[in-house]
Write a protein that binds this ligand. Structure first.
Ligand SMILES: NC(=O)c1ccc[n+]([C@@H]2O[C@H](COP(=O)([O-])OP(=O)(O)OC[C@H]3O[C@@H](n4cnc5c(N)ncnc54)[C@H](OP(=O)(O)O)[C@@H]3O)[C@@H](O)[C@H]2O)c1
Length: 240
């Protein structure tokens, strides 16, 4: 997709990777960027000052909020499903309320947002695209994040179904599978973490190149090669 023609919406664009995706889209010349945020006041002042930025109140778990956002932003041509939550817990004793919250946000929230913005994407005068920010551990779980991994696995499957469903309409669907990123989501977790600026830049570069899949950091790129060699190998690697 030609980024300079795009009118983007980034969900959860107020902080973390979402804020970096907003910055990268502006840097690459996007025509307009809607910054989705549950709390509009959380969007940083310098970002608000960019004349191409519109702050959009948006909670992806709230059907009324998503519907109102779609009415307020009818010109979106690029939807970036970035909003996400992570509840820690293993498959044997993780809190099921956290598992449910992750599913409601990471899977159903993203799907609800896609459905709400499809009319806008279909009406796009030129290219239209959807980016789903998934994770490497959508493809094989790590033990302490079992509920999160399952929610992202569901979102991964949704992404594949969506790609097939909208291909004939010319809407591109890019799936991003990052490894650990240095944001609040992983605060306090000892792990290799990529710079969110690098991850955002690689996602937007893959979008510009028309790729269907991106492994946007060095760790995920290495793991992606393992996955390509055989999904069971990635499962063994992450289980270890
Ligand atoms: N960090 C990692 O290691 C990592 C790795 C792979 C993939 N990812 C994915 O990358 C994406 C961004 O994560 P991050 O690392 O930037 O996490 P983060 O720093 O915790 O930011 C999460 C963002 O999602 C928003 N959000 C959460 N629930 C929402 C809801 N119901 N409606 C709208 N917005 C909501 C948050 O808004 P509030 O400010 O209102 O809470 C925040 O803007 C997520 O999809 C995550 O799963 C992260």
């Amino acid at each position: 997709m030609k980024i300079s023609d795009s009118v983007a919406l980034v969900t959860g664009g107020n902080r973390g990777l979402g804020a970096r995706l907003v910055a990268e889209l502006l840097e690459q010349g996007a025509r307009k960027v809607y910054v989705g945020s549950r709390v509009p006041e959380d969007v940083a002042e310098p970002v608000r000052r960019d004349p191409r930025v519109r702050v959009l109140k948006l909670d992806v778990t709230d059907a009324d909020s998503v519907a109102a956002a779609a009415v307020a932003a009818p010109d979106v041509t690029l939807l970036v499903n970035n909003a996400g939550v992570l509840g820690f817990g293993t498959v044997l004793d993780g809190d099921l309320e956290l598992f449910e919250r992750d599913l409601r946000t990471n899977y159903l929230g993203a799907l609800r947002t896609v459905r709400a913005f499809l009319p806008a994407l279909r009406a796009a005068p030129a290219d239209a695209a959807i980016v789903n920010v998934l994770t490497l551990i959508a493809l094989a779980p790590v033990a302490p994040m079992a509920g999160y991994c399952a929610s992202k696995a569901a979102a991964h499957s949704m992404t594949q179904a969506l790609r097939a469903a909208v291909a004939a309409e010319g809407i591109e669907v890019l799936a991003a599978y990052p490894g650990g990123i240095d944001t609040e989501m992983l605060a306090g977790v000892e792990a290799q973490k990529a710079d969110p600026e690098v991850v955002a830049a690689r996602i937007i570069a893959a979008l510009a190149a028309g790729e269907p899949v991106v492994w946007p950091d060095d760790a995920s790129a290495a793991a992606g090669a393992v996955y390509a060699a055989g999904p069971a190998r990635l499962e063994q690697m992450l289980a270890g």
